[in-house]
Design a protein around this ligand. Structure first.
Ligand code: AMP
Length: 452
């Protein structure tokens, strides 16, 4: 399959060529034609598979083929994303494709002055990429009108649910016309995602480009069992001895991210942290420096790192395992993106064993363990023990580990078993497409758009 055979316009083909893409990725091959056919889409796509272009290209093309009827441009495509970083990334791609077809795109997220966003919206916009909270703020103030939306994209929907955005998403849906095309992308697929899809999508076409809940195949994963107190030393050793020059390190909390950053700086390793306590401008600047190779180590929390797209990122280190097993998939998906090989290492202390079990249960594989001669193996129960071997990389006995893993229940599964927020909210809310006609605020005459 080639890009021209997907029916894309010459302007977009030239934008794709400029980016250096030669062949469509699997999600692009499958999703682009489905989106062009006008039906709703429920796409299970691993992180880093090229899903942004998979929805951005056909949306931009269809918007350009149906220019707005009125002089004043109101948003006709809305992409909801979980974080500001992802908003910036998606918006950049939308702008890149859209500008070639005279479409205007903007992003909306919290934590920055709202006035500049209002002014941009007032100038007229075709595509909005937004985090749900700030978008609702605009909708409530009347500074954005969502009544002409033809395309709604929920990007990284699983993450939006993890971050507790479900109510906000459903509220946003109340402002949207029932006649629209809705596309939902999610790296992992849970009961809550199914319920969200039932609420917002109309007989969606299902596509899946990789096995569910499985980390990117290109990433080589290794666990280094280590005492908690020696993690800092070990990471510093790995970075220096391995001569790693661009490492993304995940910490569980902001405090831990800051502490590790200070310690690595003390060791003479050029490091900075990004997390939600840092100002947006600082986060943007730090990320830019890291992308440009001016910063050797970026220590990030999950929220800040979501959606980071760094070309050729070779190393991801889990300094601490995430609380939610699905986050492990997202984290390691920052490397090995779009077909490139990547290395993901996790430093795991005894207290994190249950988390590791939940991750392996989700992945349905035992992640290989390894040791470093300088950091003697500690005795750890339940499948963590490997004999110290200098720089050995060998899989833990899969059978043994797999049996142990049976008892582990991931946090998300526990949540799925309980009555979910979605279930509760559907009682008071009717935002499904069929229901939305009666449920959303009374539309003003002539505002409702048609399916394009
Ligand atoms: P995404 O999953 O949208 O975050 O994309 C992951 C990475 O893949 C980004 O760096 C994209 O620029 C890149 N990418 C997207 N489509 C292609 C393609 N067809 N060929 C090569 N790289 C791509």
């Amino acid at each position: 399959m080639s890009f021209p055979s997907l029916g894309l316009r010459a302007e977009l083909l030239s934008a794709i060529a400029t980016q250096g893409y030669t062949t469509p990725t699997p999600i692009q091959t499958q999703a682009i034609s489905v989106i062009f056919s006008g039906v709703d889409l429920l796409a299970g796509a691993q992180t880093g598979t090229g899903k942004t272009a998979a929805f951005a290209l056909p949306i931009v093309q269809m918007l350009s083929e149906n220019p707005p009827q009125k002089k004043r441009r109101r948003p006709r495509a809305l992409v909801l994303v979980p974080t500001r970083e992802l908003a910036a990334q998606v918006s950049e791609q939308m702008q890149n494709y859209g500008r070639r077809l005279s479409l205007r795109s903007t992003m909306i997220y919290g934590g920055v002055n709202i006035q500049a966003q209002i002014e941009r919206l007032q100038r007229g916009i075709d595509i909005v990429v937004a985090t749900p909270g700030r978008l609702l703020d605009h909708a409530a103030r009347g500074t954005i009108k969502l009544s002409e939306i033809k395309f709604l994209v929920l990007d990284e929907a699983d993450r939006m649910l993890d971050l507790g955005f479900i109510d906000d998403i459903l509220k946003v849906a109340e402002y949207l016309p029932a006649q629209r095309q809705t596309l939902l992308f999610s790296a992992t697929y849970s009961q809550s995602i199914k319920q969200l899809a039932d609420e917002l999508l109309d007989q969606p076409k299902r596509i899946e480009v990789a096995r569910r809940n499985i980390a990117a195949d290109e990433v080589s994963q290794t666990i280094y069992p280590v005492e908690r107190s020696r993690k800092r030393e070990m990471i510093s050793h790995l970075i220096r001895k391995g001569e790693w020059n661009q490492v993304l390190v995940f910490a569980r909390t902001r405090y831990s991210a800051d502490k590790l950053t200070a310690e690595l700086l003390f060791d003479g390793i050029n490091t900075a942290a990004i997390h939600s306590n840092k100002s947006q401008s600082l986060r943007t600047r730090t990320l830019k420096e890291f992308k440009q190779g001016e910063l050797r180590v970026l220590v990030a929390t999950d929220v800040a790192a979501r959606g980071l797209d760094i070309a050729h990122l070779p190393h991801v280190v889990n300094y601490e395992l995430p609380d939610v097993p699905e986050d492990y998939v997202h984290r390691i998906g920052r490397t090995g993106r779009a077909g490139e090989a990547g290395i993901a290492l996790s430093l795991v202390c005894p207290a994190e064993q249950q988390k590791l079990q939940a991750i392996e249960k989700l992945l349905k594989v035992a992640i290989p363990r390894d040791t470093i001669a300088e950091f003697p193996q500690i005795a750890v129960k339940r499948g963590m023990v490997v004999k110290p071997r200098k720089s050995s990389i060998r899989p833990a006995k899969p059978k043994k580990a797999a049996v142990k893993l049976k008892t582990a229940v991931s946090k998300s599964e526990k949540t799925a078993a309980k009555p979910t927020k979605i279930q509760k909210s559907t009682k008071s809310r009717t935002v499904g497409r069929k229901k939305a006609v009666t449920a959303r605020p009374a539309p003003k005459a002539g505002r409702r758009g048609n399916r394009s």
